[in-house]
Design a protein around this ligand. Structure first.
Ligand SMILES: [Zn+2]
Length: 300
């Protein structure tokens, strides 16, 4: 397949490096001013878990070709959503993925690079504020994986505990960084509190918010399973799939780390979906994002 290097991953990496270089440095956690923990706008019930879906950017590809290694999308354009998710649990708040980065919101109309258009309509910090949160009120930050379209705002959370997948961080720490990874976007984790995750991980210890291994897209890729009281089981896909068609036809992006792992963990997650009667949210599919309650409404 020709041209797959020209997809968003390389474009994002090239762009984010130049932007980050021009931006003031965030500094270490120790240098950051103490952030007040905002009181949540409304109170959770003692046994309530809520899922909020936040708009953390949009990716317009002039060719979606790289998102399947069997040629179906060559030369065809596609738009992807880039959401972030806030999970409020009686024992704390988790942020799952951090989007393209609020830096893009300052650039009117977004950025064009190498066939990819990146834009952010509304800042993550403003959306957090709308539900009574500041970055200081986020207890845990976790990532489906460490590609730049998921780590853009990570450096806002130097006061949070970073839940880092051991295999992912080992892979992303290579010199030079792997394609699509921009270590400058999440560098704050080094000085922040962190927990290293080796396998599946129960975030709050009660089985209701679970990070599950699903490698293939990257070596430490993972999905998030929520067991909600009213909405039932919901799985946030990360980049296990990039579109509903990729799920339907089990298509594997050309730039995935392992084709075999991708297919094996599609099997794991699809079996889990069947067993739990779960709803899968494909994070990059705009239709799946639009089907969720419009922020600040939530699932619970
Ligand atoms: Zn992605």
């Amino acid at each position: 397949m020709t041209g797959w290097r020209k997809i968003s991953i390389s474009a994002m990496f090239a762009f984010s490096v130049s932007v980050v270089a021009a931006m003031p440095r965030t500094g270490n956690a120790a240098d950051l001013p103490a952030l007040p923990k905002a009181k949540a706008a409304d109170t959770l019930a003692a046994d309530e878990v809520r899922l909020y879906a936040l708009d953390c950017g949009r990716i317009d590809e002039s060719s979606f070709g790289g998102y399947s290694d069997t040629g179906e999308y060559d030369g065809k354009p596609r738009t992807m959503s880039a959401p972030c998710f806030v999970i409020r649990h009686p024992r704390g708040v988790l942020l799952w993925d951090t989007g393209l980065g609020d830096k893009f919101a300052a650039i009117k109309g977004g950025v064009d690079e190498d066939g990819t258009h990146l834009s952010v309509r509304v800042r993550l910090v403003d959306q957090l504020q709308a539900i009574g949160l500041t970055p200081g009120g986020i207890d845990y930050v976790a990532f489906s994986h460490l590609h730049a379209d998921h780590t853009g705002n990570a450096n806002l959370f130097g006061h949070s505990t970073f839940l880092m997948n051991a295999k992912e961080i080992a892979w992303a720490s290579a010199t030079p960084p792997p394609l699509g990874v921009d270590p400058a976007t999440f560098g704050v984790y080094e000085s922040a509190n962190k927990q290293v995750i080796e396998r599946d991980h129960d975030v709050f210890g009660d089985g209701r918010v679970l990070i599950l291994r699903a490698p293939g897209h990257t070596p430490g890729h993972q999905v998030l399973l929520l067991r909600l009281k009213k909405a039932g089981s919901v799985i946030l896909s990360g980049d296990l799939y990039h579109s509903r068609e990729n799920r339907q036809f089990r298509r594997v992006p050309a730039f995935n780390d392992s084709r075999a792992d991708t297919l094996a963990y599609m099997d794991r997650i699809e079996t889990l979906i069947k067993n739990l009667h779960a709803r899968l949210v494909i994070q990059h599919d705009p239709a799946d994002f639009a089907a969720l309650p419009t922020f600040p409404a939530y699932l619970n």
